[in-house]
Design a protein around this ligand. Structure first.
Ligand code: BES
Ligand code: MN
Ligand code: ZN
Length: 495
């Protein structure tokens, strides 16, 4: 999908559809007033008849208005000015693209920036791009008859006055972020029989091929053995598919700048292993590589932006399967850090692959390390599907992630990493157990990871509730690519 910003008068713009707002009670927005005049008061007439009341997120499609160059006019209700906030703005944007997608218009010009639909122009542009590309996304590529691609191919954010230069920057960032989200969704939606660790490695290598600024390397099990990754390798023991450790190094600025390392959980299917999961909805455990997919999507986004920052993606990836060779409850393994782990539940496997990847990450001399993982069902219970769980061993980093979440509308909520939780991981036989019991399951999982991240600034994102939706709308969301890219953009700006 193409996006652009353009100044122009709404009646003159040649396009498949021109979109203008109507406030509650039928008050025309500035652009709508210009159109109304050009169309001999066709808009005020239909409002007087009561066909459009300006109710928030309502829409009315008109064809071939005399005096208007565009083929169609879409009126969009903006509601009461006093009630315009992030939530209502998003509803308005989603309704707008839903109405546009119900037509065959190939392009559209949206006059929404002059009207304060949302906090600021940059925010509106970003969310509009996410909404438009989200609706254009198709997840049915593996059906024998996939649905038709969206007709709408090009969107212009039109303004009456000269648009601020910052809008163009926001637009380019949004478009790159949206294409990163698309990659993340595509990969996460793939079934486990296609999206194996080897497949993920191939996609990471392809990303390195497509972008000069990205260098990809892939370690096999032998190399991981040499590095002493006994914890990661214990998870893959039951699988026929070989595990991989993928590294993507994005160089956007001088080598002297320490990188931000993103570590993504890449369990391409989580059966639970010998601690087998119940059958219901187990298919959704194909999404257990969503952290990995978000790292690939974020790297693609920042490479497309040419962001002046250094970022390393680290992806530990394998399957968690039961078999005669699989790791058993009670088995004790030695992690790359030297710490030993008693595996009391083979279904708590995410932390086992992450801990070795986190120890490995030290070699990049990181400025900050952020891991992203569909780590605990308990996080879904705690925060639902709205916010991702967030932990950090530094308050400033936590605040930066909270802020980036608000800015991108890909929100996180902080949970505590207090020492008081650490004894829950005590083991009689090893340095620690891999589970801490039912109480505070999201926190004890983070506390486990904290034992491997003492040497650098670190945050952990638990995306179990936000990476995908279940039910009729089952599918990947592309989160937290908007959050991560926004955080990286912000880190570039403060340098
Ligand atoms: N991948 C799951 C977590 C998960 C659950 C993600 C539901 C998305 C939806 C993880 O590997 C897991 O199985 N965690 C266990 C941990 C427990 C054994 C301590 C869980 O949450 O039940
Ligand atoms: Mn599991
Ligand atoms: Zn898992």
């Amino acid at each position: 999908m193409e996006f652009s910003i353009k100044q122009g008068s709404p009646e003159k713009l040649k396009s498949g559809c021109v979109v203008v707002g109507v406030f509650d009670g039928g008050k025309l927005s500035k652009a709508a007033q210009v159109l109304d005049k050009a169309a001999k008061h066709a808009l005020s007439d239909l409002i007087a008849r009561g066909d459009m009341k300006g109710k928030s997120a309502s829409t009315l499609l008109l064809h071939k208005l005399a005096g208007v160059a565009a083929e169609r006019v879409l009126l969009v209700g903006l509601g009461k000015v006093s009630e315009l906030n992030n939530k209502t703005s998003l509803e308005i944007l989603n309704a707008t693209f839903k109405a546009l997608n119900a037509t065959q218009a190939k392009d559209a010009a949206l006059y929404i920036l002059d009207e304060g639909v949302g906090k600021d122009g940059g925010w509106v542009v970003k969310q509009a791009v996410f909404s438009a590309s989200g609706q254009a996304f198709r997840a049915d590529g593996m059906k024998s008859k996939p649905s038709k691609p969206a007709a709408l191919k090009s969107i212009t954010f039109a303004t009456l006055d000269k648009p601020a230069a910052a809008l163009k920057v926001a637009l380019d960032q949004a478009a790159a972020t949206a294409s990163g989200m698309e990659l993340t969704k595509t990969l996460a939606n793939l079934p486990g029989n296609i999206c194996t660790p080897t497949y993920l490695a191939a996609r990471a290598l392809a990303l390195g091929k497509a972008h000069k600024s990205i260098k990809t390397t892939v370690l096999d099990e032998k190399a991981m053995q040499k590095l002493g990754m006994g914890s990661l390798l214990s998870v893959t023991r039951g699988s026929e598919q070989p595990a991989k450790l993928i590294t993507l190094e994005y160089s956007g600025t001088a080598k002297t700048q320490k990188p931000i390392v993103l570590v993504g959980k890449g369990i391409t299917f989580d059966t639970g292993g010998i601690s087998l999961k119940p059958g219901a909805d187990m298919d959704e455990m194909k999404y257990d590589m969503s952290g990995a997919a978000s790292v690939l999507g974020t790297l693609q986004a920042i490479a497309e932006m040419g962001l002046k920052i250094n970022v390393v993606g680290v992806i530990p990836t394998c399957e968690n399967m039961p078999s005669g060779k699989a790791t058993k409850p009670g088995d004790i393994v030695t992690s790359m850090s030297g710490q030993t782990i008693e595996i009391l539940n083979t279904d708590a496997e995410g932390r086992l692959i992450l801990c070795d990847a986190l120890t490995y990450s030290k070699k990049f001399n990181p400025d900050t390390v952020i891991d992203i993982a569909t780590l605990t069902g308990a996080c879904v219970i705690a925060l639902g599907h709205v916010a991702s769980g967030m932990f950090a061993n530094e308050d400033k980093l936590a605040r930066e992630l909270l802020a980036a979440g608000e800015q991108s509308h890909d929100r996180v909520w902080q949970l505590p990493l207090w020492e008081d939780y650490q004894p829950l991981l005590d083991s009689n036989f090893a340095d620690m157990a891999n589970i801490g019991g039912r109480a505070g399951g999201t926190i004890t999982a983070a506390c486990f990871l904290a034992r491997f991240t003492k040497d650098y600034r670190w945050a952990h994102l638990d995306i179990a509730g936000t990476a995908n939706v279940s039910g009729k709308e089952k599918g990947a969301t592309g989160r937290p690519v908007p959050l991560l890219t926004q955080y990286l953009i912000n880190r570039t700006a403060t340098k």
